[in-house]
Design a protein around this ligand. Structure first.
Ligand code: AMP
Ligand code: GLY
Length: 417
């Protein structure tokens, strides 16, 4: 099968890496890709937001499966265009992707499906904003209704800052603060059958100890030794299946990857957010542990035949990924810096540790930074402590002027027996 992956971040590199190891994949393309993905897939230029362009490319390549990575093309309806041309596509319709594209829509679906989430108000006027902030009190949670590339959410004790963010948005969701560790659980679905993957934890703040501003994610690990062994079963029953059922009953079935961002609170598990695609950087650790060849699973979801999919197989290994970000990320990341040490990781740390590229491109003979998050250094080991050690050993070989990374990814979890 020929597979075309749309996107060009570390998530797409992780997807392409897994697909390149799948014996059923005869040719692998990525559009637009990045410097690292070019080592496992043939790159093609494309405007990822243009459904007709993506469809034309998939047709030209004879793709038997298109996998749409990022949220923006999904919300723009790129999967609809590909599907309309009769090409199997992994990724929800534009309407179903509103689960990520609009926080208010997600809240409405959850209310209808009885899915536990933070109490919330949708506000469009300053009066409504003040009432909602007053009703919940600090810490304030203020979310831009629309897609904001990880920058739409402000959690703060500062009333003035909360108010300022709310007033800067057209439509805003203000909600109850959820206290407790966060878990990301992904499920692959064809709109009827739901197949959960293994849970992971993401580190959203820029600095060690969960200090500093929110980011797209600075690292992740899986499995979660501290989590209740029944967590996946519970989230399937309370969150994933009811949400998929609700969307199907509305006539907008969700097929693709349903990402539940959860808070494990003292009063039970609550949904913080849904995403309509694989999460980044959690995908890097979840796919590192998946033993079942990936293409067949994604194709079954695309074709509506997930009920025929044999149970997924998982390795016993633990996985850790550490994001190397550019100077001044997340505020005003500097790009164009040369990255060195990639060959050393490939020569000395593979296959247990490897570098997935997030924002990179080739410039002459070198690889240079091309985004805020630059690399996602991933490692597997017999437990989290070993995976952590291997990941950080590889990170230490990378030289990128002004770069930053967290030193405490999976540290607490690795201390557990
Ligand atoms: P989101 O974009 O919805 O994932 O929000 C980004 C981050 O903000 C989440 O990962 C949480 O750390 C935090 N957050 C969002 N909603 C809440 C909430 N209701 N209570 C506490 N923290 C939240
Ligand atoms: N890891 C957070 C996200 O993908 O949105």
């Amino acid at each position: 099968m020929k597979v075309l992956v749309i996107g060009g971040g570390a998530r797409e590199h992780a997807l392409c890496r897994s697909l390149s190891l799948d014996p059923d994949v005869s040719a692998l393309y990525c559009a637009p890709g990045n410097a690292g993905i070019a080592e496992v897939a043939e790159l093609r230029p494309v405007d990822a937001l243009d459904g007709d362009a993506v469809t034309a490319l998939a047709t030209e390549l004879g793709a038997g499966l298109v996998v749409v990575g990022p949220e923006a093309p999904l919300v723009a309806g790129v999967a609809d265009a590909v599907r309309a041309a009769g090409i199997p596509v992994f990724g929800p319709s534009g309407e179903a992707a509103q689960l990520e594209g609009s926080k208010a829509f997600a809240k409405d679906v959850m209310a209808a499906a009885g899915v536990p989430t933070a109490r919330s108000y949708v506000c469009t006027t300053p009066e409504e904003v003040d009432e909602a902030l007053d009703a919940f009190g600090a810490p304030y949670v203020v979310k831009d209704d629309g897609l904001a590339a990880g920058k739409g959410v402000v959690v703060t004790d500062d009333l003035a800052a909360a108010r300022a963010h709310a007033l800067a948005c057209d439509r805003v969701v203000i909600e109850e603060y959820l206290d407790g560790p966060e878990v990301s659980l992904f499920a692959i679905t064809d709109g009827v059958t739901v197949l959960p993957l293994q849970p992971a934890q993401d580190f959203k703040r820029a600095l060690d100890g969960d200090e500093g501003p929110n980011t797209g994610g600075m690292g992740a690990y899986s499995p979660l030794p501290w989590a209740d062994p029944k967590l996946v079963e519970e989230v399937m029953e309370l969150v994933l299946q009811p949400t998929v059922d609700e969307l199907r009953h509305r006539g907008t079935p969700f097929s693709g990857l349903l990402y539940a961002g959860l808070a494990i609170t003292g009063r039970g598990t609550r949904v913080i957010e849904f995403n309509a695609r694989f999460g980044d950087p959690e995908t890097q650790v979840v796919l590192a542990r998946l033993s079942t060849p990936l293409a067949g699973v994604l194709l079954n979801a695309a074709n509506g035949t997930l009920d025929a999919q044999p149970a997924l197989r998982w390795s016993e290994d633990a996985a850790v990924t550490v994001v190397v970000a550019s100077h001044n990320y997340p505020e005003t990341p500097r790009t164009g810096d040369v990255i060195e040490g990639l060959d050393e990781v490939a020569a000395q740390d593979a296959p247990d540790a490897y570098v997935l590229h997030a924002g990179t491109r080739r410039e002459g003979g070198s690889v240079v930074s091309a985004g805020g998050r630059v690399l996602s250094v991933t490692a597997t080991g017999s437990d989290l402590a070993q995976a952590r050690e291997k990941a950080y050993k590889a990170v230490a070989r990378i030289r990128l002027d002004g770069s930053q990374h967290r030193t405490d990814i999976a540290a607490k979890a690795a201390e557990r027996p």
